[in-house]
Design a protein around this ligand. Structure first.
Ligand SMILES: [Zn+2]
Ligand SMILES: [Zn+2]
Length: 82
């Protein structure tokens, strides 16, 4: 069973790339979990890798992406559209 992470950033995580204090979590959606709660319903699970400002890719206002996900996306032949 996947753990539902608190959306508030704990500030204790270290960046997966450089090991410094992370300031954000990767926002790439990796899947969905069905919950039994009517209020939540379908919950997006996200990568949630801790990343710092320098190592994250700022995609838009709401999304920052970790180097792991960048590599996966590039490998899959995708790319970023502006
Ligand atoms: Zn970093
Ligand atoms: Zn990621």
């Amino acid at each position: 069973m996947n753990q539902i992470l608190n959306p508030d950033f704990s500030n204790k995580e270290k960046c997966i790339s450089c090991g410094k204090q992370a300031t954000k979590l990767c926002d790439i959606v990796t899947g969905h979990i069905m919950t039994t709660s009517k209020e939540i319903g379908l919950w997006n699970t996200t990568c949630d890798n801790p990343i710092c400002d320098k190592c994250s890719i700022h995609l838009n206002e709401y999304m920052d992406i970790c180097p792991d996900c960048i590599a996966k996306i590039l490998k899959a032949g995708g790319g970023f559209k502006k």
